[in-house]
Design a protein around this ligand. Structure first.
Ligand code: RP5
Length: 207
């Protein structure tokens, strides 16, 4: 059988299984698997302090997926698993990562610790909840000492969404296609506002 035939006959489920096994054996260099492509190099690495942060970070994932930006996502804590965090950060640039997004709540040191270990841009997302409802995390992330910047977003879901968009904006500096997608995203938003305003004007006629 010609090589191309062999590849075509190779069961896709088996391939997914092999990649999943490889991912488990090398958790810090995971290969993303999507329906469209078996392998894709992640350009954005999202690290969250706890799995309890995921419902918020889902907003980031949605944005990156919408723009077609490959990403990897891990749970790792600055306090509970410092060694894993260090391993995730070190060598990330060599693995093709261009931007970090780090999210944490309460004493949110994760984005700062990530920033300390890389010269890649780091976007920090403060999680809500906790006794101070996210203000603690915001202050922890935004008050970085001079020399080690973290681009801090708003608390919670809007911050998580904007983290994704900012990561896309950074990548778009060297990617014309992404830059075009960003322009069209803005145009769609403006059109949506126009539509809502028209609806409001209609509603006001009957008040
Ligand atoms: C932080 O502590 C995490 O980022 C999370 O926001 C918060 C609470 O974590 P869990 O106790 O829910 O694991 O490190």
């Amino acid at each position: 059988m010609p090589a191309a035939g062999k590849i075509a006959a190779f069961p896709v489920e088996t391939a997914y299984g092999l990649v999943a096994d490889a991912a488990n054996q090398s958790a810090f260099h995971r290969t993303s698997v999507t329906k469209e492509k078996l392998t894709m190099e992640a350009k954005v690495l999202i690290i969250m302090g706890s799995d309890s942060d995921y419902p918020v970070l889902e907003e980031t994932a949605k944005v990156l997926k919408q723009f077609g930006v490959p990403f990897a996502m891990h749970v790792s804590s600055a306090h509970r698993s410092p060694r894993k965090t260090e391993e995730l950060v070190s060598g990330a640039a060599d693995r093709g990562i261009q931007v970090f997004i780090a999210a944490a709540g309460v004493a949110a040191h994760l984005p700062g610790v990530v920033a300390a270990g890389t010269t890649l841009p780091v976007i920090g997302v403060p999680m809500g909840g906790g006794a101070l409802n996210g203000v603690d995390a915001l202050y922890s992330i935004v008050q970085m000492p001079g020399g080690i910047p973290v681009a801090s977003m708003a608390i919670g879901k809007s911050g998580a969404k904007n983290a994704g968009i900012l990561a896309v904006q950074i990548l778009a500096l060297s990617d014309q296609e992404l830059a075009k997608k960003l322009l069209s995203y803005r145009e769609q938003m403006a059109a949506e506002v126009e539509r809502k305003d028209r609806e409001l004007q209609e509603l006001l006629k009957s008040v």
